[in-house]
Ligand binder design. Structure first.
Ligand SMILES: Nc1ncnc2c1ncn2[C@@H]1O[C@H](COP(=O)(O)OP(=O)(O)O)[C@@H](O)[C@H]1O
Ligand SMILES: [Mg+2]
Length: 228
């Protein structure tokens, strides 16, 4: 009970209206993540992973239940406020990197800080250590198109880390990578976890989930804790 909770969900439900029919996608999810945990959400296609990710990431609202992120009651928060919470609390990592192709590596990495109103020089300074840690120092003036997939994902991870979020939220982060680059990214997640970061990683791949310290399964909109 003493651990600090980053995610606290009780009985979260979400459905989509399909004409006259209602598709119940999340059927009462209870999910808690403590600070410093590395959790994998594992489930097959269509099980509700992206729906849940959108709710965790404050990109979509829930129908009923409650959700607190780092102590903030998201279920009671207006859409307008959510953008701000999202920018401060969550570092997103996507399968397809979501980098801006016309920006250089450094411009991509500091963008969230500039959006918060920080000036370029101080943003670059703040990101320096992370860029070095991720082995991107030689690449900062390159465009994403000049990088390998693994390097692009490292840029996305650097961008996520620089805003010092309370949660790293990764959706199939190795899904577009070859085996070796995927393993490199997972090793990096493991290291970031050891450094104290809280990570939630969504995947359909058991081999990927096994890198996390804890796995929860989502099956047909219900969640089950995996017991080792
Ligand atoms: N915006 C939407 N409108 C209607 N149905 C949706 C919508 N988004 C997802 N679904 C449906 O909800 C179910 C779960 O989808 P999703 O959360 O994307 O699962 P996963 O990411 O695990 O593949 C699927 O049956 C999907 O077709
Ligand atoms: Mg999905």
């Amino acid at each position: 009970m003493s651990a600090e909770q980053i995610i606290s969900m009780q009985q979260v439900r979400k459905s989509y209206k399909m004409g006259a029919e209602q598709l119940n996608v999340l059927k009462g999810i209870d999910f808690t993540v403590n600070k410093g945990e590395f959790t994998a959400i594992l489930g097959p296609s269509g099980s509700g992973k992206s729906t849940l990710m959108n709710i965790i990431g404050c990109m979509d609202t829930l129908d009923s239940g409650s959700y607190s992120l780092n102590g903030i009651p998201i279920h009671n928060t207006k859409e307008r406020e959510l953008t701000k919470i999202r920018n401060h609390e969550i570092g997103f990592i996507f399968q397809n990197y979501h980098l801006i192709p016309t920006y250089t590596v450094i411009q991509n990495i500091i963008m969230p800080l500039l959006m918060r109103g920080q000036d370029r020089r101080s943003a670059e300074k703040d990101c320096g250590e992370i860029i070095e840690m991720l082995g991107l120092s030689e690449r900062i003036h390159h465009k994403p198109s000049e990088l390998s997939g693994g390097q692009r994902q490292r840029v996305a991870i650097a961008r996520a880390l620089c805003s010092n979020p309370s949660l790293l939220l990764a959706d199939e982060p190795t899904g577009a990578l070859d085996q070796n680059s995927g393993t490199e990214v997972l090793k990096l997640f493991k290291k970031l976890h050891e450094m104290g970061n809280t990570i939630v990683m969504i995947t359909h791949d058991l081999n990927v989930a096994q890198w996390a310290e804890r796995t929860v399964r989502i099956v047909d909109g219900e969640m089950f804790e995996e017991t080792a």
